[in-house]
Design a protein around this ligand. Structure first.
Ligand code: BYC
Length: 475
């Protein structure tokens, strides 16, 4: 690292070549990051040339420069969205103050915690996805997987930059620890539960990038409102990259459905067993995957009543989704919000202080956004003239965080007995057998333009290239 040309090797707009302290911190961290990428990043892919976009600046033509690169040589950069000179803290008790360019001492511990929690998810997802390249349904999809992986790597860099620049020694230790926790590890797991689940097959990958990356969108939007300006600016830039990840999820599920309904129409069949005989994924299995990923992801918003959430908001650290577009007082003292609670075997609404419910407010905004895409998937089924419809399960279904943790609730929102749950869980969540069936379809298809049998081709390629472009050169 001593011979490094900073602006060339690490594209950035944070004045890295002049910042000796930051350079020293990165000089120590970057080799460990590369070691982590080698050990935990995409399996067996180090020598591939992959058609990737790299951000070399934040301008419209600079944030997505395409070319073939080996992933270990990817230029992970550090970018903040442009500074808005007159920006203020827009909510909470510091509302109206100039946005902070440095960390306010009294909020240091909470800010560090938020940044570490956010940062921890990024390498976690790369670890979860590390074997998927071995079973890709096409070269186009393989490239998209790798694009997402390198950008999650860059999002880790984004959080590490904040830790190194603003949190001194603690920050350096936290940055190091993010390379040592591992998804699913018994001794040293990732912080949030969804990031310790496996992503064993490509249907799971598309569901993850649709649902869980969308949690990323909502959390980043909430942090983009932060009074701590460097956090706001880094999140704003991360959001430009996040859109493609959710696109991969939405279009991946859509193409899976497309192929299934084609087979159903062609053979005039609806019975899942019959459908499986043709080597495609039956719609009830897709619904069970959806139920799983939806429920695991909405846990990521935290407990429905959280004093942490209230503190984060009141102290100006984390806002609501689209905070500045809202027309209330942005203080929320005395405001209320309706959440669900359990009374006997019923879920009933109850009004609670809004400030304590901000996790739930964000979760509800997220749910609205998620459901819109499910509607688009249903259009594909409807167009084929079939009556099946996918649905989001009730928000109390299969929860492990908050009021509903430990409760048995059906996808249609009934509080049920353990016996009813046990008798039906195979219809609601992917069974071992479902997972084994989906796994059995996951062959590796890498001839340019070819698709695995279970998925339809995408309508267009990446960056105006044809679908049969050589997105990955295997060498
Ligand atoms: N799993 O007061 P509460 C992304 C803990 S995704 C395990 O409700 P709070 C991405 C909690 O830590 C976006 N533990 O929590 C997507 C607390 O522990 P302590 C990630 C959980 O503080 C795809 C306790 O339970 N970004 O970017 O309001 C690919 C009490 O709970 C969980 C963020 O999350 C859980 N699900 O936390 C790649 C933004 N939920 O203190 C990337 C930053 C809660 O009692 N994080 N706990 O030991 C936050 O804003 C908040 O930490 C949370 C909620 C939203 C997670």
């Amino acid at each position: 690292m001593s011979s490094i040309n900073y602006s060339d090797k690490i594209p950035n707009n944070v004045n890295l070549s002049e910042d000796r302290t930051l350079q020293r911190a990165l000089e120590h961290w970057q080799p460990n990051y590369l070691q982590w990428w080698n050990d935990m990043g995409p399996d067996g892919s180090q020598n591939f040339d992959v058609y990737l976009r790299t951000a070399v600046s934040t301008t419209p033509d600079g944030w997505a420069q395409f070319g073939h690169v080996k992933m270990p040589d990817y230029r992970w950069g550090i970018f903040l969205a442009a500074q808005d000179e007159g920006r203020q803290v827009n909510f909470g008790e510091h509302k109206g103050e100039a946005a902070w360019q440095d960390v306010p001492g009294e909020h240091r511990a909470n800010l560090r915690r938020i940044i570490v929690t956010q940062g921890d998810t990024e390498p976690a997802s790369v670890e979860q996805q590390r074997h998927l390249g071995l079973t890709c349904p096409s070269q186009y999809d393989l490239r998209n997987l790798f694009q997402i992986n390198v950008e999650e790597g860059r999002h880790l860099w984004a959080m590490v930059y904040l830790l190194h620049k603003y949190f001194g020694r603690d920050g350096r230790e936290e940055a190091e620890a993010m390379l040592h926790r591992h998804s699913g590890s018994e001794d040293n797991p990732r912080i949030l539960e969804a990031f310790n689940e496996e992503t064993p097959d490509w249907l799971a990958f598309y569901m993850f990038t649709y649902f869980t990356d969308r949690d990323g969108k909502f959390q980043l939007c909430a942090l983009a409102e932060s009074g701590f300006d460097p956090l706001s600016r880094t999140c704003r830039f991360m959001l430009t990259e996040e859109a493609h990840h959710m696109f991969v999820g939405e279009s991946g599920v859509s193409r899976t459905i497309q192929r299934t309904v084609e087979i159903m129409k062609q053979h005039g069949i609806e019975d899942p067993e019959q459908v499986r005989k043709h080597g495609v994924i039956d719609l009830p299995t897709i619904q069970r995957y959806l139920n799983f990923h939806f429920s695991v992801t909405i846990d990521l918003f935290g407990a429905d009543q959280s004093s942490n959430a209230a503190t984060f908001y009141t102290s100006g650290l984390k806002g609501r989704y689209e905070e500045t577009k809202r027309t209330d007082d942005h203080m929320l003292k005395g405001e209320h919000y309706k959440i669900l609670e359990v009374q006997g075997d019923k879920l009933v609404e109850k009004e609670v202080p809004m400030l304590n419910s901000l996790n739930e407010v964000l979760r509800d905004d997220y749910i609205k956004d998620s459901i819109a895409g499910i509607g688009r998937w249903n259009k594909v089924i409807e167009k084929a003239g079939l009556s099946f419809r996918l649905q989001a399960p009730h928000k109390a279904f299969n929860r492990h965080i908050g009021t509903f943790a430990g409760l048995r609730v059906s996808p249609d929102g009934r509080v049920i007995s353990e016996a009813e749950w046990a008798a039906n869980v195979r219809n609601w969540l992917p069974s071992e057998e479902d997972r084994a069936y989906v796994a059995s379809l996951m062959g590796r298809v890498v001839e340019p333009g070819k698709m695995a049998n279970w998925i339809a081709p995408p309508p267009i390629g990446i960056n105006r290239q044809p679908v049969d472009f050589d997105y990955v050169r295997f060498n």
